[in-house]
Design a protein around this ligand. Structure first.
Ligand code: AMP
Length: 465
């Protein structure tokens, strides 16, 4: 199947060619003709499948008849609304709208919170056919009356399951209630819970169901590996793994915002260039962190599930789960960043004894027994009581078993201090005031960090251009 077989306008085919795509992905093959025909869609697809082009290309084609180079705002009412759960995803979708629509005189705007509202208001007042938005900020604009939905023909809900996780469904329902009844609606979600189905029922009319293979069915190219390790030794094991593969860029997942910031700071102090991305970061900081990672200046990006979701970093050779996710499906989202399109990838998880039930859930979902690999000196002891096991105890255990001859432990493991040499106290509450930003490693006496080889190509950053 070729793009030319899908009935797309020459302007869109040219943009696709400019983007360097040779053939449509499975979701594009299925979605494009259905959306072009004006039907509603319920799509089961994750980020990384090419779903954005799957809905943006036919959406642009359906709006092409309204394309106008007139400067008058009245000639550019909002015709299409794309709702996304996160700012990052909104920015990426908006970028796709620009990329695929570059040969059509349609105007678009990206609207999200955490930044000054005025420039967005000014853009909306100038008239924009396509609005890509996160729900909260869009409602702010509704309140300010800077946006009018009377002429909306298409509404697209991207990553509906994540909207649900983030508590956005009431906002979505409020927005949907303001749209004309006669319209085309598309809903994309990686999973379909009862609540998502309910939303789909109220939003879609006789939708076409489109589903592409789940990531767990294409995981053969990914090597899953578990290192059993006590929670308080994890950071040393992570450092050890990073030192073993000094050229590798790694996305590290941590369960909480606090843990994310703290781990990135600690890695920085050990001389590893790391950035953190989580919900407490300003938009500017998140964009900068992502850029540093994409260009290779940062070797490690430490992220929470929510912050990493939808980021255009989906072709990475190595993902490390510093903590296992509470929801097994999040494991699939996380490792979906690696092993794409038949390439090999590594998914390593550092699992403490208390996380064993989560590992069982993940193995059940993957229908796979994940290989447990011991790294000498870091292995956790299954018999140990996780809550009560103090530092002295683990030292004692180590003596009993003796360190593995093959691996040298970094010295901190010997007595796992809570206060690092430079005074950083791991037991202190997290303080966000910029302390976790790169560059906080002044105290480190390690050699200055070299920018790494850019890996933008690996990160999907070049494909769109
Ligand atoms: P998405 O799932 O929409 O986030 O897309 C994931 C990545 O695939 C993006 O970097 C797109 O630029 C890229 N992509 C989308 N469609 C194609 C295609 N037909 N061929 C190659 N790459 C594509």
């Amino acid at each position: 199947m070729k793009f030319t077989d899908l009935g797309l306008l020459p302007e869109l085919l040219r943009a696709v060619e400019d983007a360097g795509y040779t053939e449509p992905t499975p979701i594009q093959v299925q979605a494009i003709p259905v959306v072009l025909a004006g039907q509603d869609v319920m799509g089961g697809a994750q980020t990384g499948t090419g779903k954005t082009a799957g809905f943006v290309l036919p959406m642009l084609q359906r709006l092409a008849r309204h394309a106008s180079s007139s400067p008058s705002p009245a000639r550019h009412p909002v015709r299409a609304l794309i709702l996304t759960p996160t700012r990052e995803l909104a920015m990426q979708v908006a970028e796709s709208v620009v990329t695929y629509g570059k040969h059509l005189p349609l105007r678009s705007v990206c609207v999200y919170g955490g930044v000054d509202i005025k420039p967005q208001t000014a853009e909306l007042r100038e008239g924009r056919e396509i609005v890509v938005a996160t729900p909260g900020r869009l409602l702010d604009h509704v309140q300010q009356k800077s946006v009018n939905f009377n002429q909306v023909e298409i509404v697209i809900l991207d990553e509906a399951d994540r909207m649900l996780d983030m508590g956005f469904i009431p906002d979505i329902r409020r927005i949907l209630a303001m749209l004309p009844k006669e319209r085309q609606s598309l809903l994309f979600s990686a999973t379909f819970s009862e609540e998502i189905k309910k939303l789909a029922d109220s939003m879609l009319k006789q939708p076409q169901l489109i589903e592409v293979a789940r990531r767990n069915t294409v995981s053969e190219t990914i090597t899953h590996r578990v290192h059993l390790v006590a929670a308080d030794k994890k950071r040393y094991l992570l450092l050890h793994l990073l030192l073993q593969a000094p050229d590798m860029q790694v996305l590290v997942f941590v369960g909480t915002k606090f843990g994310t910031a703290r781990l990135a700071t600690w890695l920085e102090r050990q001389g590893v260039n790391a950035v953190a991305i989580h919900g407490d970061k300003s938009q500017q900081q998140r964009t900068e962190a992502l850029e540093a990672f994409k260009t290779g200046t940062a070797r490690v990006m430490v992220a929470t599930d929510v912050a990493a979701r939808g980021l255009d970093i989906d072709d990475l050779p190595h993902v490390i789960n510093y903590e296992l996710p509470h929801v097994a499906e999040d494991y699939i989202h996380r490792i979906g960043r690696t092993g794409r399109a038949g390439k090999s990838g590594d998914a390593t998880s550092l699992v403490a004894p208390e996380e064993a039930p989560r590992l069982t859930d993940i193995e059940k979902l993957l229908k796979l027994k994940v290989e447990k690999v011991e790294v000498g000196g870091y292995e956790s002891l299954a018999t140990a009581e996780p809550e009560r096991r103090g530092r002295g105890h683990s030292h004692h255990e180590r003596e009993r078993h003796g360190p593995k001859a093959s691996v040298q432990l970094p010295s901190p493991v010997a007595h796992v201090p809570s206060v690092a040499a430079d005074g950083f106290d791991f037991l202190k509450p997290y303080e966000p005031a910029g302390a976790d930003l790169p560059g906080a490693s002044k105290g480190s006496n390690l050699p200055p960090k070299q920018p790494l080889r850019p890996v933008a190509a690996l990160l999907g950053g070049l494909g769109k251009k």
